[in-house]
Design a protein around this ligand. Structure first.
Ligand code: ADP
Ligand code: MG
Length: 401
């Protein structure tokens, strides 16, 4: 399958039988009062772990959680992950309360075929984020091969995501493989027309992605707070809406680039406005050129959703990142839920549909359409950097095909 040049060796390409696998996973899960409150990332790592245990590999897992800044911090311990992971795997998982040192090394050396252990948070040591070769080498002593399945951390050049690969044979896990295949295909050979929907709060968060996707897609739909810079560039009043005024010239330049590239830009045609951003506030829908100076737009209106839905219904590929409104409040969630349903419906029409981003995936789940997407990308920053065309250190370090 063409994958846009992201072709890396994966666990399926090696004879892994019985070899001790050191696997970088993304267990950066939300923990409250010592309990994991969302196990999505744990579940996503299960296929690779099972693949390895089924082949008699002792499996040593490592991950970061939160930002402990190089020091142990009990609130960011990976210990709460162990029981949740054990439930998902249907087998016991050993917790090793250090990631480095002789005690941890003895524990991982003693693992028997098919046993699984989880090391403590790699970011409890300063050498992870600085990509210290000594830390990478010490981590490498836990395995005979390195498997990177942490797509969500692949944009970081850390000891556990990339440095360690210098000391062991290094391949992609199954989750990493799928992310690279789907996203690589989207960049290299998308079925056309290719609709990209980008939204969220601020244009500066995603400027580079917008520019990169202009060179790839056929239709670019913009929404959320970010759309305000484009609307203002077209001379429209945006009232009290969130806007980065200094970015208006950039928005104008992007629209010129789109015109030159033959890419159609869809901007909101109606908005949901209110005097303030709070639950229970009076709100109503107005045409986009009728936003009063003392009001703010917090969502796109139904005609704007319909416009994007129509484009999705004839698309061959749809990529979506960013809520089109302040979906956290029910008053301003309809646009985002409408987009979730419209993109999900495009899958049934034969389109390849991909959503990415923490808030966007939360909205897809709220809409109850998660299973209808072709792919929900597990990377936030990593996905966007890949789409920007940046090399990902956690991918670059793996053996090429
Ligand atoms: P993701 O996590 O999916 O990448 P972002 O974090 O970029 O998405 O954007 C999500 C945020 O954008 C949400 O918190 C949402 O409230 C905000 N947002 C969307 N539309 C607007 C708007 N019109 N005004 C202000 N904020 C908005
Ligand atoms: Mg977000």
């Amino acid at each position: 399958m063409p994958d846009g040049g992201f072709s890396r060796l994966t666990v399926g390409d090696l004879d892994v039988q019985g070899r001790r696998a050191l696997v970088r996973v993304d267990f950066n899960v939300p923990v409250q009062d010592g309990r994991v409150v969302d196990a999505t990332r744990i579940a996503a790592a299960v296929p690779t772990i099972k693949y390895l245990t089924d082949r008699g590999c002792p499996v040593v897992l490592m991950s970061h959680l939160g930002r402990p800044k190089g020091k142990p911090n009990p609130a960011m311990s990976l210990r709460p992950v162990v029981t949740v992971l054990a439930e998902h795997l249907g087998m016991p998982v050993t917790f090793i309360p250090e990631a480095l040192g002789p005690t941890a090394e003895a524990a991982t050396a003693a693992l028997r075929p098919g046993q699984v252990a989880l090391l403590e948070n790699v970011r409890f040591y300063p050498g992870d984020e600085t990509n210290d070769p000594a830390m990478a080498q010490a981590l490498a002593r836990h395995g005979d091969l390195y498997v990177n399945d942490a797509f969500g951390a692949a944009h970081r050049a850390h000891a556990s995501t990339s440095g360690v690969a210098a000391f062991l044979p290094a391949v992609a896990g199954l989750l990493m493989e799928r992310e690279l295949a789907v996203l690589g295909n989207l960049l290299a050979t998308p079925a056309r027309p290719f609709l990209v929907i980008l939204a969220g709060a601020k244009i500066s968060d995603k400027f580079a992605v917008i520019r990169s996707m202009l060179g790839k897609c056929d239709i670019l739909a913009l929404g959320g707070g970010m759309a305000n810079a484009f609307l203002a560039a077209n001379g429209l009043e945006v009232g009290q809406s969130l806007i980065e005024r200094e970015r208006i010239p950039d928005a104008a330049a992007l629209m010129e680039e789109a015109a030159a590239a033959g890419v159609e830009i869809l901007l909101p045609v109606d908005r949901v406005i209110a005097a303030d951003l709070k639950a229970g506030i009076a709100h109503h829908t107005v045409p986009v050129d009728k936003i009063p100076a003392d009001m703010a737009a917090f969502d796109i209106g139904p005609a704007s959703v319909e416009q994007i839905a129509a484009a999705a219904s004839r698309a061959g590929t749809v990529f979506w990142n960013g809520p089109v409104g302040v979906y956290e409040l029910p008053e301003f969630a309809a646009g985002t839920l409408g987009i979730a349903h419209a993109v999900a419906a495009a899958t049934a029409n034969g389109a390849v549909t991909v959503a990415a981003g923490g808030d966007s995936l939360a909205a897809v789940n709220d809409a109850g359409v998660a299973r209808q997407f072709t792919h929900l990308s597990t990377g936030g920053g990593a996905t966007l950097e890949l789409l920007e065309g940046k090399p990902l250190p956690g991918v670059e370090c793996l053996a090429s095909r």
